[in-house]
Design a protein around this ligand. Structure first.
Ligand code: MF3
Ligand code: CO
Length: 246
């Protein structure tokens, strides 16, 4: 019972549109001198003003509406008083709940001029998502997605984070199946029509190993090199995918 009905997919459009619009809203305002907490406030207000709920707030005790992950933080950065500086790269991941369903998406933003390597890291991470969905349709083996993501990341000299994966989404923020960003071609379940999944490459400029800080959330690369994150919620259709957060 992994595939969703057309009616459920209709209900999922709105929370996902809100996620998309909120990520664009943040992208237009993010700048050097701003704190990560201020980004979280923008997200909270945007989602509330859209008559939706920020799914992350209170999820397993998570204390904010968005994950704001700077430089070597891979995911789940907790917004605080940290001030963004020119040259930083900042991943913003957020979820909205409306109509009884969740939407989920993430983008990595450059603050002013960033290093050539970080610019490439952001670009390749986005490309990894689009590689991941190439040829994806009902019946595709699940791990083909990760295989394609990994090929593209490693071809560019980067590594794929293993400790976190994409996921199914619907009435719950995290549903089956888990969607790794690595894998062997031709393996895994064949995706049923109308499966709704979050595909979210998390790509590191150095090694893929991470540590979680004492706050229990913040995941940082062990080697201190930067990481980027790009995520969309997609519907696996008979003949391709429909992206709900673009
Ligand atoms: N949006 C994240 C994901 O892609 C979930 C964030 S964890 C939370 O799975 F605790 F912040 F909600
Ligand atoms: Co997410």
């Amino acid at each position: 019972m992994i595939g969703k009905t057309e009616q459920e997919i209709e209900l999922m459009r709105e929370p996902n549109r809100i996620v998309r619009d909120c990520l664009n809203f943040v992208g237009e305002r993010i700048h050097a001198g701003m704190t990560t907490k201020e980004i979280d406030e923008l997200v909270y207000r945007f989602i509330k003003a859209s008559d939706a709920e920020p799914s992350c707030l209170g999820y397993c005790g998570y204390p904010a509406s968005a994950c704001v992950s700077v430089n070597e933080t891979v995911v789940h950065g907790i917004p605080d008083g940290r001030v963004l500086r020119e040259g930083d790269i900042v991943s913003v991941d957020l979820c909205a709940y409306k109509n009884g369903y969740h939407g989920d998406g993430a983008r990595t933003f450059a603050i002013g001029a960033v290093s050539a390597e970080n610019e490439k890291l952001i670009r390749v991470t986005e490309e990894c998502f689009f590689r991941g969905i190439e040829g994806l349709k009902a019946g595709t083996p699940l791990y083909d997605i990760g295989y394609r993501v990994q090929q593209h990341a490693e071809k560019n000299g980067f590594s794929v984070i293993r400790a976190y994966t994409g996921h199914g989404i619907g009435r719950e923020m995290h549903e089956d199946p888990s969607v790794p960003n690595f894998g062997r071609k031709g393996t895994g379940m064949r995706l049923p029509v109308n499966t709704v999944i979050c595909i979210e490459p998390m790509i590191a400029a150095g090694g893929f190993r991470v540590n979680v800080l004492d706050d229990g959330w913040t995941a940082v690369t062990r080697d201190g090199k930067c990481a980027a994150h790009y995520e969309n919620t997609v519907v696996v259709r008979e003949d391709g995918v429909e992206i709900l957060t673009l």
